[in-house]
Design a protein around this ligand. Structure first.
Ligand code: ADP
Ligand code: MG
Ligand code: MG
Length: 323
């Protein structure tokens, strides 16, 4: 490509939500970047469970005591999380908070709980015990000790809000990476390139090592992997996606699931849902939801693709094979 046709990319970064955040634009627009980072911070302040205070923590602190009035967007997000959690055989469960807190996976002091501890916490993971009042816009956790955790959905929700903001500011070509959640707006402006390249991380390898490249335009790409946050004890790996049935990390043939979709909140939800299904069930299920596509990486080095209407994948690493 002749130099003149190569547009400059302007990258802005920050550390928010415990992750490096990256924004790519095609014009130098500090103001837009500041607005994006401010929005992310504001959203994180509402939705986090990693601090003493947030709208979510107010709900958790009032478990078994009284309903808590929240903002409409938080109410809507919790309603969505409840609906998905109550789906048949769903491995997504947003009342998993007590177990997440006990395992502390990826945080200081993470240890394997005793089976008795797990058994005592499992009865607190009851999505049906989250009482929603749309009129009052309130949320009530009916049992003391219950805790909502939106860790599996918050980044996707926030990525979508960032897209809304960029569009409001008249920016229609951009990429935002919230650490595992990538959202692209439009196409990049490199020469005549019609798609963004998003790297698929190689599990348990150097941070910049890739299995391959996912090409998308105007889509969300969300990856959830067991190599993202985990600890090892006595040679066994304990990762941060828990099976709500057993209370232990999900244990199947998968190392990661990537979802390609329009909205990042869907990507975030479906990575967890599909993870829990395993490859075979997930591929079958995907035929019923045509707007969701996925890439599965297995422990035996297989890369399995669903239908590919919204993305292209190019394998780059010889340790992995396309199945
Ligand atoms: P990340 O992008 O941080 O890797 P994921 O989107 O993969 O996060 O979701 C993992 C997080 O979701 C966990 O850290 C925890 O907070 C929460 N979580 C763990 N297990 C479940 C589950 N079965 N259902 C819903 N949320 C979960
Ligand atoms: Mg995620
Ligand atoms: Mg998720």
């Amino acid at each position: 490509i002749p130099m003149s046709s190569v547009e400059r990319v302007y990258s802005y970064s920050a550390v928010l939500m415990g992750s490096p955040i990256l924004l790519k634009l095609f014009e130098d627009n500090q103001q837009a970047a500041q607005a994006v980072f401010h929005l992310i911070k504001q959203q994180e302040d509402m939705l986090t469970v990693n601090r003493a205070h947030s709208q979510l923590m107010t709900i958790n602190h009032a478990a078994g005591l009284h309903p808590v009035v929240v903002s409409r967007p938080v109410f809507e997000l919790i309603s969505k999380a409840k609906t998905v959690s109550l789906m048949q055989d769903s491995c997504f469960n947003f009342t998993i908070g007590p177990l997440v807190k006990r395992w502390k996976i990826g945080f200081h002091g993470d240890t394997v709980p005793s089976p008795a501890e797990i058994q005592s916490l499992l009865p607190l993971t009851r999505p049906d015990q989250v009482m929603l009042d749309p009129q009052a816009c309130s949320v009530y956790l009916a049992q003391a000790g219950m805790e909502i955790d939106l860790g599996a959905i918050a980044k996707g929700y926030i990525a979508d809000r960032v897209r809304d903001l960029l569009q409001q500011m008249g920016i229609h070509q951009a990429l935002i990476n919230l650490g595992g959640n990538v959202l692209t707006l439009g196409t990049p402006r490199y020469g005549d390139q019609s798609a963004w390249g998003v790297g698929l991380k190689k599990p348990f390898a150097a941070p910049d090592a890739l299995i391959g490249i996912i090409e998308v335009a105007g889509k969300s790409v969300v990856t959830s992997g067991i190599y993202e946050r985990y600890f090892e004890q006595e040679g066994k790996i304990y990762h941060h996606i828990l099976d709500p049935e057993t209370g232990y990390p999900l244990d199947n043939e998968l190392l990661s699931v990537t979802v390609i979709s329009d909205d990042s909140v869907d990507g975030d939800i479906y990575t967890t849902l599909l993870y829990g299904m395993g490859v075979k069930k997930a591929l079958h299920y995907l035929t019923t939801v045509p707007h969701i596509e996925a890439i599965f990486v297995t422990r035996t080095g297989q890369v399995i693709l669903s239908s590919q209407r919204q993305f292209r994948f190019t394998l780059q690493d010889s340790d992995y094979q396309l199945a």
